[in-house]
Design a protein around this ligand. Structure first.
Ligand SMILES: [Mg+2]
Length: 323
């Protein structure tokens, strides 16, 4: 079927290590070296990998594409998924077998043979890059590409197969880390004061704003066909800010950007895990490992955005506070 051009598509690049579970192979690579690893992969070529943390998300993207194709058979405004792997082409056969086994529609492969994929990500005008490799994710972020690190976890809550749900943190994810810096440097009182004084000043954009925008572009295609209530994409803001005080600046900023978020949850410092457990997103983005770990413990697939001031603080030192 139709492969959209990069400028029309919403391109999501996923690494093989987050789309599938490859821990066993990773272990062979680390313990026995690359030659043994390649031998192992070829010997297991007909054995498909099992689904990894990004798998339900990619499945949901494909479900949205089905709905878009029904409504707009000629349109190239679709999700386009690119599989990125540092692997040698020999491993490609096992990956293709796996993709066919799971009925995934992934035609675009990027096998870099160990070198950095960033140049390819740019060429594909990537809207989101998901990888298990935090260094590659940082590199992508520094090049202005929305990116996050994903982790494999044993406990995963079941998610919707017909509605894609994407949840975002606010500060240092959709927004810049400007306010987070005030909080980290001067504490909560100064943070409140700063947000009050700057209520009508827009927050600067953060690394994931562009992806929310891309989701919004596709959502509008459903709205245009009268499917607002039945839209297969739903977005959530899940922030530690509190509605009455610091929340207003976040909402004003989103509105000024022309971005609609379907649900905004102001937790005023309450833990995010239980709320995310109710939302059941396919993916949740946060810049603080503390929140990523809290969400993952309750079965939510959470991805880490290694951006902003929070990266200077150890995850264990972070304390959840009302803000
Ligand atoms: Mg944050």
């Amino acid at each position: 079927f139709l492969q959209p051009k990069p400028e029309n598509a919403v391109t999501v690049a996923v690494s093989s290590r987050v789309l599938f579970r490859t821990e066993r192979e990773q272990k062979v690579f680390e313990q026995d070296g690359v030659e043994e690893y390649l031998r192992f992969q070829i010997a297991h070529e007909n054995e498909p990998f099992t689904p990894g943390p990004a798998f339900p998300f990619v499945k949901a993207l494909e479900a949205v594409n089905c709905r878009l194709r029904e409504l707009y058979p000629q349109s190239e405004e679709l999700f386009d998924i690119v599989l990125v792997t540092y692997n040698h082409a020999h491993v490609g056969i096992r990956l293709i077998n796996t993709i066919n086994h799971h009925n995934l529609f992934i035609e675009r492969f990027c096998m870099t043979g160990g070198s950095s994929p960033i140049g390819y990500l740019k060429a594909w005008q990537t809207n989101l890059y998901l990888s298990a490799d935090a260094d590659k994710v940082r590199e992508a972020l520094s090049e202005g590409i929305a990116a996050a690190t994903m982790f494999t976890s044993e406990k995963v809550t079941e998610v919707s197969e017909s509605q894609l749900r994407v949840a975002f943190d606010g500060d240092a994810v959709l927004f810049s880390d400007e306010s987070e810096r005030i909080f980290k440097a001067h504490g909560l009182d100064k943070f409140f004061e700063h947000e009050r004084d700057n209520e009508d000043t827009l927050l600067d954009h953060g690394p994931l704003k562009g992806f929310l925008e891309a989701l919004g572009k596709l959502q509008k295609k459903f709205y245009a066909k009268g499917q607002r209530l039945d839209c297969p994409i739903r977005t959530y803001l899940v922030t530690a800010r509190s509605a009455a005080s610091s929340g207003i600046r976040a909402l004003k900023t989103l509105r000024a950007w022309g971005l609609e978020i379907d649900e905004a949850l102001f937790l005023a410092g309450a833990p995010k895990g239980p709320m995310l457990e109710k939302i059941r997103p396919h993916i949740y983005f946060d810049d603080q490992m503390f929140h990523v770990e809290g969400a993952a413990e309750m079965g939510t697939v959470a991805a880490h955005v290694p951006y902003g001031i929070a990266q200077k603080h150890n995850a264990k030192q972070n304390i959840s506070v009302r803000k």
